[in-house]
Design a protein around this ligand. Sequence first.
Ligand SMILES: NC(=O)c1ccc[n+]([C@@H]2O[C@H](COP(=O)([O-])OP(=O)(O)OC[C@H]3O[C@@H](n4cnc5c(N)ncnc54)[C@H](O)[C@@H]3O)[C@@H](O)[C@H]2O)c1
Ligand SMILES: O=C(O)[C@H](O)[C@H](O)COP(=O)(O)O
Length: 392
Amino acid sequence: MRIVVDANVPEAQRCFGALGEVVSVPGREIDAATVRDADALVVRSVTRVDEDLVGDSRLRFVGTCTIGTDHVDTRALSERGIGFASAPGCNAEAVVDYVLASLATLAERGGFWLAERRVGIVGVGNVGGRLLARLQALGIDCLACDPPRAEEEGGTGFVDLDTLVDDCDVLCLHTPLVQEGPHATRHLLDACRIAELTPGTLVLNAGRGDCVDGRALRSRLSGQGDISAVLDVWENEPAIDAALRDQAALATPHVAGYSLDGKLRGTHQVYRALARHVGLPARLGEADLMPAPPVPRLVLDGGLGVEEALRLCMRSVYDPRRDHDALEHLARTWGMAKGFDACRANYPLRREFSTLEVVLEAAATHLAEPLAAAGFQITSHEPRDSSGECNA
Ligand SMILES: NC(=O)c1ccc[n+]([C@@H]2O[C@H](COP(=O)([O-])OP(=O)(O)OC[C@H]3O[C@@H](n4cnc5c(N)ncnc54)[C@H](O)[C@@H]3O)[C@@H](O)[C@H]2O)c1
Ligand SMILES: O=C(O)[C@H](O)[C@H](O)COP(=O)(O)O
């Protein structure tokens, strides 16, 4: 079996090599000629998979090692009897880490703490649902907007988007890109809603770039300058709007989900699906792929407040300012499109918050709850008396 795999899929040889011959090709270069003689195709989100790509091939299976599937014409695949799999939830934890680390950075810059802000989450699925749980555990007031879920489950716990626009200090978008239908998300945050945002609002988009009207956002940011934005996803990637990037408080090149953990889960989910599709055993487990984290443990003693401790732990694992700076530097060096892709192709090792064990000495045990809420593993040292006996 000949399997064409995007070169940005980690551990492709180890996983897919056990099922067939792997041909590695950069995602943006995969075209009809590349897949003509392939039996299976494994992509990430930058390859448009449609009739033009697959129509002249003998493909039997397409997998995308990503959560989003808007780049795949699933109807074209099913009409040709081509099996399809994606990787739901694979990098959801990484996106939540990204959001928390970005919000903590902006709170530090603005001299406030998040508990003083109300966060509105648009799209409460794998990403938004986990974000809601972590923010609420941190004691942050949240509102949730998800009309498809509200319709299915009843409206309790959900509000509409206009309520979020009116009542929230932070708006986090985690919707898929849906082009049509009653819950279409293209320009969900359109020029009217952007105009209605209360001064001081922060817009964070880690869903898909097309869910926000970038031109309207840019003109509000540069004109009135009274709102701010954290943008990970953009219209027209990789040739994104340089002026919008300049206006964003944090601007990153579609890497919110780029933890090694998230990428490897994506690879493994599609490997399992392909093995099932062709009736071969999937002998590699997900845990076999995960290396030990480079910073496994951090020991905290007294002296740190909750906010400082949260920032310290987050930044020991991931700091979004690194990705912002890398995009700025590489876009200046190579031009926007090349720089954007270079950041993603050469992405440095990043693990998830849950890989860090925070050991709390007796004077730091008050940090246990907030650090656990943020997603870290906590070990508390019980206070000991002078004889060395544990007091608990
Ligand atoms: N920036 C990144 O690196 C990154 C990483 C992962 C996922 N994503 C994007 O985030 C999206 C969401 O991921 P997920 O894992 O939570 O997906 P999911 O399918 O689990 O959840 C999406 C949620 O959005 C809701 N939704 C759909 N239309 C809506 C609308 N009009 N208004 C409000 N809510 C709506 C759905 O009902 C669902 O609950 C993905 O589709 C992908 O495009 C981006
Ligand atoms: O949909 C997803 O899973 C994410 O957007 C994912 O991070 C996309 O990864 P990429 O295709 O950009 O490598």
